[in-house]
Design a protein around this ligand. Sequence first.
Ligand SMILES: Nc1nc2c(ncn2[C@@H]2O[C@H](COP(=O)(O)OP(=O)(O)O)[C@@H](O)[C@H]2O)c(=O)[nH]1
Ligand SMILES: [Mg+2]
Length: 420
Amino acid sequence: MNVFLDRTDAETAILSLLPGRSDDLARLKILARVDGTPIVTVIGKYNHGKSSLLNVLCGASAFDVADKRQTIALSEHLAAGVRWLDAPGLDADVASGDDREALTAAWQRSDIRLLVHAAKEGELDNSERQLLGQLDADDQRTRRQTLFILSQVDQLEDETHLAHVTDALATQAPHVPVHLTSSVRYSRGMEGGKALLVARSGIPALKEALQAACALVPEARKYEVALRHADVREEVGTLQHARNQALATLLETQVTQAAAFSTGLSEVLDKARDEIQELLDHPGPDDALRPDTHEERFQVTAGKLERARQQLALTKVNRRISSYLVGHGVEELPPSPGCVASSLNTVMVAVLGISVKYLEDMRRIYCAEPGRAHLQARFTHYYEISKDRLALAELITAAVDARDKAACAAAALQWLEAQA
Ligand SMILES: Nc1nc2c(ncn2[C@@H]2O[C@H](COP(=O)(O)OP(=O)(O)O)[C@@H](O)[C@H]2O)c(=O)[nH]1
Ligand SMILES: [Mg+2]
């Protein structure tokens, strides 16, 4: 059960699974906190008349206008039912960290972007084209809106020059409508009461377009919230599914491997039991128990022959068990400081001891049920702590963590959605 203290807590859980979704979460946080006022931001290179444009749009000298690079931080002004944001110039080569931060904030906060490009500059440069492309893609995805503005058109000599520029822009950005504006004309027209100049400034038309765009903002925001939630949800879901699968596969491997080992071991031990049983079933007294006399030391005796026969059979049995274990990665014991001879530090020695001499011991160890069960259990124990099995167990631990992380992110997202 995941409990989230607050939004940041839930965001952290999602971001630790999906770091690439930080923009979505930042935007969702903004959308969760905004009031109903649409946010309009100007974006573009410095000196392209962005601040001047905002001033005429909001009807106040709210933003600093200058010939040099002026707007450093983000500044905002509330007027005419709109929150206007003036962002620093889009000039990657001169942008400091602060500027970039402000630019990101503007990007994140705005419902409507005014991309401003000065007419005298002619075509868009690479950074502007790139930005226009990004905005366009973002508009398609999120239903936010971008208005493209060709500013300071009064600075062009005549209509022919203007037509050159608009033609060039139409080639660069074929599907984007361009608003032609001149803040200077608008101000002069307003001051001198010249309606024609005001109309020719393009500002009244732009205001109308903006009003229409603002009217779409409430619906657009709702759409955007649902969309970003859905996108994150889908990605979390995909990961969660994959991680559940991965864990299930590992657990299944763990179980099947152990079952296969156990079955195989059981067969090997059956065979061992049967072979030892054959020794036990040998008719007559056990010659191996008959000690050789002093005289018989260098002679072949029935006792010697029988002991050799029994040891040979036992070696064969043990070799088969040992090779089965080795085949399953069960060979050496985990390193122990107490054991000097590494040849003794084997699972076989640990389970069976160093030497078994008597038939009765063999019967007890290999044939009697408690002995058999003991062998099965001990070998299985060493199998479970063999390198490969421990590695598998570690993978499973990691997979459980990964699964929990995804589940936590899914719960966090649910929590966030419930807040919206
Ligand atoms: N001729 C002309 N100059 C303008 C216009 N808009 C702004 N300017 C001048 O261009 C310079 C930069 O303007 P500003 O609004 O500060 O641009 P920003 O850096 O993009 O914010 C200033 O000197 C403004 O007076 C316009 O429509 N026509
Ligand atoms: Mg400015």
